[in-house]
Design a protein around this ligand. Structure first.
Ligand code: XBP
Ligand code: MG
Length: 255
């Protein structure tokens, strides 16, 4: 089976959305509801161990404000906080303040020109994905992706394999025909558990995580004028990820 589909994670992979996107949006939602909770940059790094915004709020409350858990309205509050956070986050994306990471647009274009299928497998809310794509690539780019697997479509979020298995099923392909792009240990574990070879591009929050099982770990996808730095794996020490390299990675992993 040869490579025919590239499957991208969103947060941290297509764009650096967590520190200056999701995090301040959670804080705005807390303020809107009169809560004095403040997710600082280091605290948020700790909370990222739990994927999914609602799951992350529950985890935070469990850890730092456990007395709230017995409140009869707690679950409703989580849902309302998350809706508010999604509104703030989408408004922030609409302002165009979060760009794509290096090499992402180049690789998407190359894959489309070569007739490869593109897909997304993410834990984030579906509207966040379409807003990011619209703001960075234009609204027509949503149609570039044959499958967008996102949010609560599966109940077990990453690191569980469910979102990638759902995407593979919707795409009608086997894992050997795909290559996943991830930025975090949770994402890598999810993709690998679904059988997908996975390329990791790290960021400020995920450097230092355990990426065993990745085909390679890079600073980013790189550009000809701004090459990636290799952190782990048997790829050239610098360069840029193009389709040729993707095919080589997928072939090696399937041997
Ligand atoms: C992304 C997440 C998400 C976002 C917030 O993980 O963990 O929870 O931080 O999104 P991954 P929502 O990149 O591994 O998919 O608030 O919409 O859930
Ligand atoms: Mg991610």
């Amino acid at each position: 089976m040869s490579l025919n589909t590239l499957i991208f994670d969103v947060d941290g992979t297509l764009a650096d959305t967590e520190r200056d996107g999701h995090r301040p949006s959670f804080n705005l939602a807390f303020r809107e509801f009169g809560l004095d909770w403040e997710w600082t940059v280091p605290l948020y790094g700790e909370l990222l161990a739990v994927t999914g915004g609602k799951e992350r709020i529950r985890h935070y409350v469990d850890r730092y404000h456990p007395e709230q858990l017995s409140d009869a309205h707690f679950e409703a509050l989580v849902v309302q906080l998350h809706q508010s956070k999604t509104r703030h986050y989408m408004a922030l994306l609409d302002k165009g303040s979060i760009p794509l990471r290096p090499g992402v647009l180049r690789l998407l274009n190359e894959a489309r020109q070569a007739g490869l299928t593109l897909a997304i497998a993410t834990t984030t809310t579906p509207e966040n994905v379409t807003s990011l794509l619209s703001a960075t690539l234009g609204p027509e780019s949503i149609g570039w992706f044959k499958v967008i697997a996102a949010g609560d479509i599966v109940s077990a979020k990453k690191p569980a394999p469910d979102i990638y298995l759902w995407a593979l099923d919707a795409l009608g392909i086997s894992a050997q025909e795909g290559l996943a792009f991830e930025d975090s240990e949770n994402g890598l574990r999810s993709a690998r558990a679904a059988g997908l070879p996975t390329l990791v591009t790290i960021n400020e929050y995920t450097r230092g995580q355990d990426f065993s099982g990745a085909e390679a770990v890079l600073s980013d996808l790189g550009e000809p004028h701004q090459p990636y730095a290799l952190h782990q794996g048997a790829l050239p020490p610098t360069g840029w990820v193009d389709l040729d390299l993707c095919r080589r990675i997928a072939k090696t992993s399937n041997e």
